[in-house]
Design a protein around this ligand. Structure first.
Ligand SMILES: C[S@@+](CC[C@H](N)C(=O)[O-])C[C@H]1O[C@@H](n2cnc3c(N)ncnc32)[C@H](O)[C@@H]1O
Length: 291
């Protein structure tokens, strides 16, 4: 895939073209402009003035990028002494990647999961890595080098993805979606850009319900309110199929997986039950119900 040619305006989905200066992207019929930064990363953040929580997260990660890798490993070590490397392998494994596949990672941060994704789609795969924080993503780009697959980077908001529908074989996000200002929109976008039959894998903090009354877990919930988040089941798109959920890192984080279906799941409420001499279906039963 030619990455620049695949890009769409995150505001309205119009195809972007590279201007003659070689570093500005624009779309016919739209006044947005996007820039390729000096480090080769395309800045496709939308809206340019981020909603307050997204702006805050971008600022915090931009400040913390050098401490991030050690800090996050400490978090996982505290959670039932989890094995971070094994757990990340497990999460990536849920996508069932194969060599040659095209994968988008949203909120890639410093690239901890990206390295595993690349291992599984090489040779000839295409990894597209994005984040909202310029400093986090620049560090990922510095760390990740491979010559047996295509790697592209862009700065972006996970709630406004700059691609046409069905561009990727799989999409992965771990660790940020609880604080996205437009979380439902992000789920819709992560799903939209995956081919029908492709996989979406998303995870973040949420202490498992059966652990929430345990003393050490209560201390954690008090110390960091992010762990009190509920799993955002209500944000999952209606065309999600074969949905699965796992609690990982000792039960401190959830990771969900689903296959993108061709159309929303519906109930056939007028299909009559066979072998009856009167109409009996869900609609008839609902009409009779006093609930
Ligand atoms: C906890 S870090 C996780 C990084 C990486 N996935 C990992 O597991 O180490 C969360 C990341 O999400 C990014 N992020 C926060 N809000 C975002 C948004 N609206 N769109 C895309 N990325 C976002 C942050 O900049 C940060 O790099």
């Amino acid at each position: 895939m030619n990455f620049l040619q695949s890009l769409r305006c995150p505001k309205n989905g119009l195809p972007l073209q590279l201007e003659n200066d070689g570093k500005t992207l624009t779309a016919n019929g739209c006044d947005c402009t996007y820039e390729i930064l000096d480090n080769g990363i395309v800045n496709l953040v939308y809206p340019t003035e981020l909603l307050p929580e997204d702006a805050r997260e971008q600022y915090l990660y931009d400040q913390a990028f050098q401490r991030y890798d050690r800090g996050v490993s400490w978090v996982f070590e505290t959670l039932n002494h989890s094995n971070e490397a094994e757990t990340r392998q497990f999460m990536i494994g849920l996508m069932k990647l194969k060599p040659g596949m095209t994968v988008l990672e949203v909120g890639a941060g410093t690239g901890k999961d990206s390295a595993i994704i690349m291992e599984q789609i090489a040779p000839n795969g295409h990894a597209v890595l994005s984040d909202l924080s310029p400093n986090m993503l620049a560090l990922a780009k510095e760390k990740l080098h491979r010559d047996d697959l295509q790697i592209d980077y862009f700065l972006g908001n996970g709630s406004y993805l700059p691609f046409a529908d069905g561009t990727f074989d799989a999409v992965f996000h771990f660790g940020g979606i609880n604080t996205f200002s437009e979380r439902k929109r992000a789920f819709d976008e992560l799903t939209r850009v995956v081919k029908v039959g492709g996989k979406v894998v998303v995870g973040d903090e949420s202490v498992a319900p059966w652990l929430r009354n345990q003393p050490t877990w209560q201390t954690l919930l008090k110390a960091n309110p992010l762990f009190r988040a509920e799993v955002p089941f209500e944000d999952v798109p209606t065309n999600a199929e074969q949905f699965g959920i796992h609690w990982i890192f000792g039960g401190g984080f959830y990771v969900m997986e689903y296959v993108v279906g061709a159309k929303p799941s519906e109930v056939d409420v007028t299909l009559n039950m066979p072998n009856k001499d009167f109409a009996d279906n869900w609609q008839v039963r609902a009409d009779k119900s006093t609930e």
